[in-house]
Design a protein around this ligand. Structure first.
Ligand code: PLP
Length: 244
């Protein structure tokens, strides 16, 4: 019988439990070494390309927060798992004509990157009679072609977003380039933290930093992450062929 290292292919529930426990251990360890023991980090299980059964397996283990990048793919999963009372985070690029659906299906939106999107999400939330938590995505390294607002345009977008009824502005999110070593991983996370502190000093109440993924969650937690978005370490490799 072929078993791949410690992950028996015929025991998906056991595999999910082992992966979840390992990611939770990594988070706890990182909090301790950052001097943040006892603080809470929200683990968002990024389920893109993984089906509702895979999400359900983690949910059965007590995982509550899930992240999705593509509206169409997420819609079916969210419907299928409606009884599980999960918290859904939208972390993908936002097309402004999809804001109404995003506001209806998701509890938290991490990827607000322009005023038009913030306004449309707010309008939709008000029409639905709900309030949505939002984060503004920042292109911390100011890379061309990357999504996120440029740091110099951040204060204006924050000011506008904070004033929109129906939205509760919580903080900042970033997806830095992957880097191999810890110190290089830390740099953009430190920059996002600095931007958050500047905004707080300017009197804006923000409490969330959404940063860190499978490969760099320790560096993100060291720099103050309150939300980590973890896909591969929880679900295994993504299979894009099977998306939808
Ligand atoms: C896919 C994705 C993740 C998860 O990435 P992993 O490296 O698989 O942990 C986190 N955040 C965003 C925005 C993503 O698109």
């Amino acid at each position: 019988m072929a078993t791949s290292r410690s992950e028996p292919v015929d025991d998906p529930a056991g595999t999910a439990a082992g992966r979840l426990a390992e990611v939770q251990r990594r988070i706890e360890r990182a909090l301790r070494s950052a001097g943040r023991a006892g603080e809470k980090v929200t683990l968002i299980a990024v389920s893109k390309t993984h089906d509702a059964d895979a999400v359900g397996r983690l949910a059965a283990l007590g995982q509550v927060d899930f992240g999705e990048n593509y509206l169409q793919e997420a819609t079916a999963k969210i419907r299928e798992l409606a009884d599980a009372k999960l918290t859904w985070h939208f972390i993908g690029r936002i097309q402004s004509n999809k804001c109404a659906d995003i506001a209806r299906l998701f509890d938290v939106v991490h990827s607000v990157d322009r005023a038009k999107v913030a306004r449309k999400l707010g309008e939709a939330a008000r029409a639905l009679g709900r309030t949505i938590d939002v984060m503004v995505q920042v292109n911390v390294q100011a890379e061309r072609g990357k999504s996120g607002v440029a740091p110099r345009e951040l204060p204006a977008l924050i000011e506008e977003t904070a004033a929109i009824a129906g939205l509760r502005l919580r903080g900042l999110m970033a997806i830095p380039e992957s880097a191999a070593d810890f110190e290089s991983q830390r740099r953009p996370f430190a920059e996002l933290r600095r931007l958050l502190q500047e905004l707080r000093q300017a009197g804006i109440a923000l409490d969330s930093l959404s940063m860190g993924m499978s490969a760099d969650l320790e560096a993100a937690i060291t720099e103050g992450a309150t939300h980590v978005r973890v896909g591969t370490a929880l679900f295994g490799p993504r299979n894009y062929d099977h998306k939808n």
